[in-house]
Design a binder for this molecule. Structure first.
Ligand SMILES: *Cc1c(COP(=O)(O)O)cnc(C)c1O
Length: 438
């Protein structure tokens, strides 16, 4: 084993890392990153890693981008933070206006917070209170997909799939309904995508039909279930689910925390199916991965159900200290400017077919059971357990950050990636997996 640097010793003495069994850290200590540029992370010894998962799905235009950096520095010279109740600031006004203009047209109001879980939690509470405010006292439950992931706070865990990670907390959960995830790789009807009629929607339809009086909202990650294993599902499912929600008077919450800001090849995944949700939650990519921020967008109809004299007790009493932080707003505005200046979306759209074509090659490997992709997201589901961790360790030796989700090795590429970088990253990953393919 390599000698641990003084920094790592101190890290292991004082820090408690997320999703980490700290005992394992003694064998596989964290890597100390000192700087980053574009899609590369540099460690304390000068070794670099391709940031193939965008530093947990948030980086968009690359690290150390001059425009975003300059915007944050400029903001720092005038105002770093101010409370957002009773006060406001120009960045939050401009950003809210821009978010309304780039999201589906049903959405006209922005409620800021500071991470993905709080953006979802806000939508749950708003939906719940909307029904309370409008005299529908029984509408108190939520519907989610059984492989969904919507965050790690108690409310958002309650509407996420119960797995290894959150099973221990299940006694604390809100009451909710889970319906089967549309998962073409494991289609229970053995259907083929080209001929199927989205039969997997049946259970959702039955539930909404019989229980809609108890249901406040249906929440979906549009088209890609991220932490559930990068499960890509047909846009027809999303479009039909949205119609059912409307038909049965249930809100539709789209959790675009991972899919938002270009990752699927469109600004928001909802656009692929032309869906008009009642709520949209964004976070990760909103500041291009530079500062924490969350936002929940909603419709004028929902906003109006809270708009009343104070004595009517319809106010939304919810908020977070760092709501609409000015530095985060400056980063988010700069990111939207980069989208325009660098034509980020159309540039990415030209590369996506190449990326998908390169991914197809993994189908030759017998150890790869499924290959799925949408936009700059690509996933390889392995047929065997336990190798993904080995692949992660081997990947690090070869400059790749391939942090797996169970049996799934995936790419969540920053939109700024170049064609040659896609080729290099995928070729190296292919050779890595090939070594385990007997
Ligand atoms: C990451 C994620 C969240 C939670 O965001 P945090 O900022 O980690 O709290 C919620 N929903 C989805 C779809 C996510 O991918």
């Amino acid at each position: 084993m390599k000698k641990q640097s003084k920094w790592i010793k101190q890290d292991l003495k004082y820090n408690w890392h997320p999703y980490t069994q700290m005992k394992e850290c003694e064998k596989l200590p964290p890597i100390l990153i000192e700087s980053a540029q574009g899609i590369k992370l540099f460690d304390e010894n000068g070794k670099f890693y391709y940031d193939t998962i965008s530093s947990w799905w948030c980086n968009v235009h690359g690290h150390n981008h001059p425009i975003i950096k300059a915007a944050i520095k400029k903001q720092l010279d005038t105002l770093e933070h101010v409370l957002f109740a009773g006060f406001t600031h120009k960045g939050a006004i401009q950003l809210a206006e821009q978010l309304v203009s780039i999201t589906p047209k049903s959405l006209t109001r922005v409620f800021f917070s500071d991470n993905g879980s709080t953006a979802v939690e806000t939508a749950l509470k708003m939906s719940f209170q909307y029904w309370q405010n409008t005299g529908n006292k029984e509408k108190i439950k939520f519907v989610a997909l059984d492989s969904a992931y919507h965050g790690d706070t108690v409310g958002t865990m309650s509407i996420s799939g119960v797995d290894l990670y959150n099973e221990v907390f299940s006694p604390l959960f809100l009451r909710s309904f889970m319906v089967p995830t549309p998962n073409c790789y494991r289609c229970p009807a053995g259907q083929n995508r080209k001929s199927c009629k989205i039969d997997c929607l049946k259970q959702l339809e039955t539930l909404l039909k019989h229980k809609n009086r108890e249901i406040a909202a249906l929440i979906l990650e549009p088209l890609v279930l991220g932490a559930g294993g990068m499960i890509v599902y047909p846009k027809e499912y999303l479009a039909k689910a949205a119609k059912l929600a409307k038909k049965y008077n249930v809100h539709l919450i789209l959790d675009e925390v991972a899919t938002g800001f270009g990752r699927t090849g469109k600004m928001f995944a909802a656009e692929h199916a032309n869906v008009q949700p009642d709520f949209m939650c964004v976070s990760k990519g909103i500041t291009a991965g530079y500062l924490p921020m969350g936002a929940t967008l909603t419709t004028e109809k929902i906003y109006k159900a809270f708009y009343a004299d104070v004595e009517k007790r319809k106010t939304f009493y919810h908020g977070h200290t760092y709501t609409a932080n000015p530095l985060a707003c400056a980063a988010a505005l700069a990111s939207l400017e980069v989208f325009k200046k660098e034509k980020t979306l159309s540039r990415a759209q030209k590369l996506i077919p190449f990326f998908h074509q390169e991914l197809e090659k993994f189908k030759n490997l017998s150890i790869v059971g499924d290959v799925r992709a949408l936009g700059m997201i690509g996933a390889l589901e392995l047929t065997k357990d336990k190798i993904s961790k080995e692949i992660y360790k081997e990947g690090l030796k070869q400059n790749l950050l391939l942090r797996p989700l169970g049996k799934v090795i995936y790419f969540f590429l920053p939109l700024c990636i170049k064609k040659e970088e896609i080729k290099l990253v995928l070729d190296r990953t292919y050779n890595l997996i090939h070594a385990y393919d007997h």
